[in-house]
Design a protein around this ligand. Sequence first.
Ligand code: DHB
Ligand code: MG
Length: 240
Amino acid sequence: MENKDPTQQSTWTSVDTYATQSLLQTHPYASALASATTLAKQANLPGIEASPLQGAFLSTQCQLANAKHILEIGTLGGYSAIWMASSGPDVHVTTIEVDPTHAEIARRAIDAAGLAERVEVLLGAGKDVLPGLRREVEKGERSRFDFVFIDADKQNNLLYLREAVAMCRPRAGVVVDNVVRRGALASEEAAKNDSRVEGARQVVEAAGREGMLRGCSLLQTVGGKGYDGFLIGVVGDWSG
Ligand code: DHB
Ligand code: MG
Protein backbone atom coordinates (compact mmCIF):
# COMPACT_ATOMS: atom_id res chain seq x y z
CA MET A 1 0.00 0.00 0.00
CA GLU A 2 1.26 3.50 -0.80
CA ASN A 3 2.52 5.34 2.24
CA LYS A 4 0.52 8.58 2.54
CA ASP A 5 2.10 9.55 5.87
CA PRO A 6 3.08 13.22 5.40
CA THR A 7 5.59 13.40 8.23
CA GLN A 8 9.03 14.72 7.40
CA GLN A 9 12.35 14.82 9.13
CA SER A 10 11.52 18.37 10.28
CA THR A 11 8.51 16.95 12.18
CA TRP A 12 10.56 14.34 13.99
CA THR A 13 13.21 16.90 14.82
CA SER A 14 10.62 19.31 16.27
CA VAL A 15 9.18 16.56 18.45
CA ASP A 16 12.69 15.51 19.50
CA THR A 17 13.52 19.08 20.55
CA TYR A 18 10.16 19.55 22.31
CA ALA A 19 10.41 16.25 24.21
CA THR A 20 14.05 16.88 25.13
CA GLN A 21 13.13 20.29 26.55
CA SER A 22 10.06 18.98 28.33
CA LEU A 23 11.57 15.84 29.83
CA LEU A 24 15.26 16.28 30.38
CA GLN A 25 16.01 19.83 31.54
CA THR A 26 15.70 18.95 35.21
CA HIS A 27 17.84 15.81 34.98
CA PRO A 28 20.54 15.88 37.69
CA TYR A 29 23.26 15.22 35.10
CA ALA A 30 21.91 17.71 32.50
CA SER A 31 24.86 20.08 32.76
CA ALA A 32 27.45 17.25 32.85
CA LEU A 33 25.88 15.78 29.72
CA ALA A 34 25.89 19.16 27.97
CA SER A 35 29.57 19.59 28.93
CA ALA A 36 30.39 16.14 27.53
CA THR A 37 28.78 17.11 24.22
CA THR A 38 30.72 20.40 24.14
CA LEU A 39 34.01 18.68 24.97
CA ALA A 40 33.49 16.12 22.20
CA LYS A 41 32.64 18.86 19.67
CA GLN A 42 35.70 20.91 20.63
CA ALA A 43 37.87 17.83 20.14
CA ASN A 44 36.28 17.20 16.71
CA LEU A 45 34.92 13.79 17.65
CA PRO A 46 32.36 12.52 15.12
CA GLY A 47 28.86 13.75 16.09
CA ILE A 48 27.42 10.24 16.23
CA GLU A 49 26.81 9.97 19.97
CA ALA A 50 23.34 9.06 21.22
CA SER A 51 20.77 11.87 21.20
CA PRO A 52 19.56 13.11 24.60
CA LEU A 53 16.31 11.13 24.32
CA GLN A 54 18.24 8.02 23.26
CA GLY A 55 20.52 8.46 26.28
CA ALA A 56 17.45 8.80 28.47
CA PHE A 57 16.00 5.66 26.87
CA LEU A 58 19.17 3.74 27.80
CA SER A 59 19.02 5.09 31.34
CA THR A 60 15.38 4.05 31.74
CA GLN A 61 16.17 0.57 30.37
CA CYS A 62 19.02 0.26 32.90
CA GLN A 63 16.58 1.17 35.68
CA LEU A 64 13.96 -1.31 34.46
CA ALA A 65 16.64 -4.03 34.42
CA ASN A 66 17.77 -2.94 37.91
CA ALA A 67 21.25 -2.80 36.41
CA LYS A 68 24.20 -2.28 38.74
CA HIS A 69 26.93 -3.48 36.37
CA ILE A 70 26.75 -2.19 32.83
CA LEU A 71 28.97 -2.96 29.84
CA GLU A 72 29.32 -0.57 26.91
CA ILE A 73 31.22 -1.39 23.72
CA GLY A 74 32.10 1.87 21.94
CA THR A 75 32.61 4.78 24.35
CA LEU A 76 33.19 7.65 21.89
CA GLY A 77 33.22 10.77 24.12
CA GLY A 78 31.52 9.13 27.10
CA TYR A 79 28.07 10.64 26.54
CA SER A 80 26.04 7.41 26.69
CA ALA A 81 28.24 6.07 29.52
CA ILE A 82 27.33 9.15 31.59
CA TRP A 83 23.64 8.59 30.81
CA MET A 84 23.81 4.95 31.91
CA ALA A 85 25.91 5.73 35.02
CA SER A 86 23.31 8.35 35.95
CA SER A 87 20.65 5.63 36.22
CA GLY A 88 21.50 5.12 39.92
CA PRO A 89 24.04 6.08 42.58
CA ASP A 90 25.43 2.52 42.86
CA VAL A 91 25.71 1.82 39.14
CA HIS A 92 29.06 0.89 37.58
CA VAL A 93 29.82 1.16 33.88
CA THR A 94 32.67 -0.59 32.09
CA THR A 95 33.14 0.93 28.65
CA ILE A 96 35.52 -0.10 25.86
CA GLU A 97 37.01 2.35 23.35
CA VAL A 98 39.49 1.62 20.57
CA ASP A 99 40.55 5.22 19.82
CA PRO A 100 42.99 6.72 22.39
CA THR A 101 41.82 10.29 21.67
CA HIS A 102 38.18 9.34 22.17
CA ALA A 103 39.06 7.49 25.38
CA GLU A 104 40.96 10.53 26.70
CA ILE A 105 38.05 12.89 25.96
CA ALA A 106 35.65 10.40 27.54
CA ARG A 107 37.75 10.17 30.71
CA ARG A 108 37.77 13.98 30.97
CA ALA A 109 33.99 14.20 30.50
CA ILE A 110 33.39 11.39 33.02
CA ASP A 111 35.75 13.02 35.51
CA ALA A 112 34.02 16.40 35.10
CA ALA A 113 30.68 14.66 35.70
CA GLY A 114 32.02 13.33 39.03
CA LEU A 115 31.72 9.74 37.78
CA ALA A 116 35.38 8.68 37.63
CA GLU A 117 34.85 6.19 40.48
CA ARG A 118 31.92 4.53 38.74
CA VAL A 119 32.88 4.53 35.06
CA GLU A 120 35.88 2.53 33.88
CA VAL A 121 37.16 3.30 30.36
CA LEU A 122 39.15 0.39 28.89
CA LEU A 123 41.34 1.26 25.92
CA GLY A 124 41.48 -1.27 23.10
CA ALA A 125 39.51 -2.99 20.37
CA GLY A 126 36.49 -4.93 21.55
CA LYS A 127 37.85 -8.16 20.09
CA ASP A 128 41.02 -7.76 22.18
CA VAL A 129 39.51 -6.45 25.43
CA LEU A 130 36.38 -8.62 25.71
CA PRO A 131 38.12 -12.02 26.14
CA GLY A 132 40.10 -10.67 29.13
CA LEU A 133 36.92 -9.28 30.69
CA ARG A 134 35.23 -12.62 30.09
CA ARG A 135 38.01 -14.49 31.89
CA GLU A 136 37.62 -12.14 34.88
CA VAL A 137 33.86 -12.76 34.93
CA GLU A 138 34.31 -16.53 34.62
CA LYS A 139 36.84 -16.58 37.49
CA GLY A 140 34.43 -14.57 39.64
CA GLU A 141 36.80 -11.59 39.78
CA ARG A 142 34.27 -9.35 38.08
CA SER A 143 30.47 -9.19 38.43
CA ARG A 144 28.26 -10.42 35.64
CA PHE A 145 26.68 -7.61 33.67
CA ASP A 146 23.03 -6.64 34.02
CA PHE A 147 22.85 -4.46 30.92
CA VAL A 148 24.91 -4.08 27.73
CA PHE A 149 24.97 -1.33 25.11
CA ILE A 150 26.74 -2.25 21.86
CA ASP A 151 27.66 0.83 19.82
CA ALA A 152 31.07 0.27 18.22
CA ASP A 153 32.26 -0.87 14.76
CA LYS A 154 29.15 -2.34 13.20
CA GLN A 155 31.02 -5.11 11.37
CA ASN A 156 31.67 -6.82 14.72
CA ASN A 157 28.15 -6.49 16.15
CA LEU A 158 27.57 -10.24 16.31
CA LEU A 159 30.94 -11.00 17.89
CA TYR A 160 30.20 -8.33 20.53
CA LEU A 161 26.72 -9.70 21.20
CA ARG A 162 28.03 -13.24 21.70
CA GLU A 163 30.85 -12.09 23.99
CA ALA A 164 28.52 -9.82 25.96
CA VAL A 165 25.82 -12.46 26.44
CA ALA A 166 28.48 -14.84 27.84
CA MET A 167 29.21 -12.26 30.56
CA CYS A 168 25.63 -11.40 31.48
CA ARG A 169 23.31 -12.68 34.15
CA PRO A 170 20.06 -14.26 32.93
CA ARG A 171 17.48 -11.56 32.06
CA ALA A 172 20.12 -8.89 31.52
CA GLY A 173 19.11 -6.28 28.95
CA VAL A 174 20.98 -5.83 25.67
CA VAL A 175 20.68 -2.94 23.24
CA VAL A 176 22.53 -2.76 19.91
CA ASP A 177 22.63 0.72 18.34
CA ASN A 178 22.27 1.71 14.70
CA VAL A 179 20.86 -1.48 13.24
CA VAL A 180 18.24 0.15 10.97
CA ARG A 181 20.58 2.54 9.10
CA ARG A 182 17.92 4.60 7.28
CA GLY A 183 16.10 1.43 6.35
CA ALA A 184 19.08 -0.24 4.67
CA LEU A 185 18.70 -3.11 7.17
CA ALA A 186 15.95 -4.68 5.07
CA SER A 187 18.02 -4.61 1.85
CA GLU A 188 20.25 -7.53 0.90
CA GLU A 189 21.64 -5.31 -1.86
CA ALA A 190 22.65 -2.56 0.62
CA ALA A 191 24.45 -5.17 2.73
CA LYS A 192 26.60 -6.14 -0.26
CA ASN A 193 27.81 -2.55 -0.61
CA ASP A 194 28.14 -1.54 3.04
CA SER A 195 29.77 -3.78 5.64
CA ARG A 196 28.01 -1.81 8.44
CA VAL A 197 24.63 -2.88 7.01
CA GLU A 198 25.96 -6.43 6.70
CA GLY A 199 26.96 -6.24 10.40
CA ALA A 200 23.47 -5.04 11.32
CA ARG A 201 21.80 -7.87 9.39
CA GLN A 202 24.12 -10.48 10.91
CA VAL A 203 23.29 -9.47 14.46
CA VAL A 204 19.54 -9.16 13.86
CA GLU A 205 19.32 -12.54 12.10
CA ALA A 206 21.49 -14.30 14.72
CA ALA A 207 19.46 -12.77 17.56
CA GLY A 208 16.36 -14.43 16.11
CA ARG A 209 18.05 -17.71 15.24
CA GLU A 210 20.59 -18.58 17.91
CA GLY A 211 18.48 -18.64 21.09
CA MET A 212 20.89 -16.54 23.19
CA LEU A 213 18.13 -14.00 23.82
CA ARG A 214 14.67 -14.75 25.18
CA GLY A 215 12.47 -11.89 24.04
CA CYS A 216 13.95 -9.69 21.38
CA SER A 217 12.62 -6.75 19.40
CA LEU A 218 13.69 -4.01 17.06
CA LEU A 219 12.75 -0.43 17.78
CA GLN A 220 12.89 1.94 14.81
CA THR A 221 13.76 5.47 15.85
CA VAL A 222 13.46 8.92 14.28
CA GLY A 223 14.55 12.27 15.66
CA GLY A 224 17.45 14.70 15.54
CA LYS A 225 19.78 11.84 14.54
CA GLY A 226 17.63 10.79 11.57
CA TYR A 227 16.11 7.36 10.95
CA ASP A 228 17.78 4.42 12.67
CA GLY A 229 16.95 1.91 15.39
CA PHE A 230 17.88 -0.34 18.27
CA LEU A 231 17.92 -4.11 18.53
CA ILE A 232 16.77 -4.81 22.08
CA GLY A 233 16.74 -8.16 23.83
CA VAL A 234 16.74 -10.01 27.12
CA VAL A 235 19.51 -12.55 27.84
CA GLY A 236 18.56 -16.18 28.39
CA ASP A 237 16.28 -18.89 27.08
CA TRP A 238 12.61 -19.59 27.65
CA SER A 239 13.15 -22.27 30.28
CA GLY A 240 12.87 -20.06 33.35
C1 DHB B 1 27.44 5.50 12.97
C2 DHB B 1 27.81 4.94 14.18
C3 DHB B 1 27.07 5.19 15.30
O1 DHB B 1 27.36 4.62 16.48
C4 DHB B 1 25.95 6.02 15.24
O2 DHB B 1 25.23 6.19 16.39
C5 DHB B 1 25.57 6.59 14.04
C6 DHB B 1 26.33 6.32 12.90
C7 DHB B 1 28.24 5.19 11.76
O3 DHB B 1 29.29 4.55 11.89
O4 DHB B 1 27.82 5.54 10.68
MG1 MG C 1 25.61 4.56 17.71
